[in-house]
Write a protein that binds this ligand. Structure first.
Ligand SMILES: Nc1ncnc2c1ncn2[C@@H]1O[C@H](COP(=O)(O)OP(=O)(O)OP(=O)(O)O)[C@@H](O)[C@H]1O
Ligand SMILES: [Mg+2]
Length: 224
């Protein structure tokens, strides 16, 4: 077994890296894949998320804190890859940090959560450059923007979505809308799947992203 590695990165703080990483990890684990979340952020948010789960219902994926590995993160991840089918790296809010660059060295897919606002888009340009630089060495690296906290049917959102088409990283088909259940699931150390019928629209979004990610990681190298 050699895990597929997904790096969830964006230098912009609060874009949704931990949310995307944990929802995706939980959703893959529910499919009975062996999933490891690497908490590469010194803030330790994904570690705390998993620790908030009750002993009777632990978070379905394993979470390990490796931010201290800094630029040697890829070496530490390599040691663990044999034991998992998916490794999801929850990146820090920095593009030029050794840990983010190290994550991109080993990743098969970079997911860049982005809130559709001009400020967030400008603040994300650094990660675009980091992904381009990593692609020079890691030639098989695929990347997708994941629009998060989307508020559809607003003029601003549609204008920014138009701009994001030209950002230079392809947009994932799947998007997460702004929904309270995403926040709630973190409080209880769960994913939206555990929050019942009220979470159905969010569950559908997470499922769609999960299927898209599985497809991208199985697709031929030519599908960039
Ligand atoms: N789609 C969403 N709807 C509602 N709230 C959301 C959504 N996505 C994220 N949030 C909330 O926004 C905040 C920031 O999200 P998150 O922690 O996932 O971002 P981050 O990029 O990991 O932040 P950091 O850069 O600090 O690591 C959190 O409170 C989270 O619960
Ligand atoms: Mg985070």
């Amino acid at each position: 077994m050699k895990a597929k590695v997904i790096a969830v990165v964006n230098q912009k703080g609060g874009a949704g890296k931990t949310t995307v990483a944990m929802q995706l990890a939980g959703s893959l684990a529910r499919r009975n894949f062996k999933v490891l979340v690497v908490d590469a952020d010194p803030q330790g948010t994904s570690t705390r998320w998993a620790a908030s789960a009750g002993d009777d219902a632990p978070f379905p994926a394993t979470v390990v804190g490796l931010s201290a590995a800094q630029g040697k993160l890829h070496r530490e991840v390599k040691k663990l890859m044999g034991d998992y089918q998916y490794v999801i790296i929850d990146g820090p809010p920095a593009a030029d940090s050794p840990v983010a660059q190290s994550a991109l060295m080993i990743a098969d897919l970079a997911l860049v959560p982005i809130i559709p606002s001009p400020l967030d888009m400008w603040a994300s340009l650094g990660i675009k450059k980091a992904i381009e630089d990593a692609s020079d060495i890691n030639e098989n690296l695929k990347s997708r923007l994941v629009v998060n906290q989307c508020q559809p049917n607003t003029r601003l959102t549609s204008d920014v979505l138009d701009l994001l088409q030209k950002f230079g990283i392809p947009m994932a088909v799947s998007q997460f809308h702004q929904r309270t259940v995403y926040r709630e699931s973190a409080v209880f150390g769960k994913t939206v799947h555990d929050l019942g019928y009220k979470a159905k629209p969010a569950i559908d979004e997470v499922e769609m992203l999960t299927k898209e990610v599985i497809y991208l990681l199985q697709a031929k190298k030519s599908v960039k």
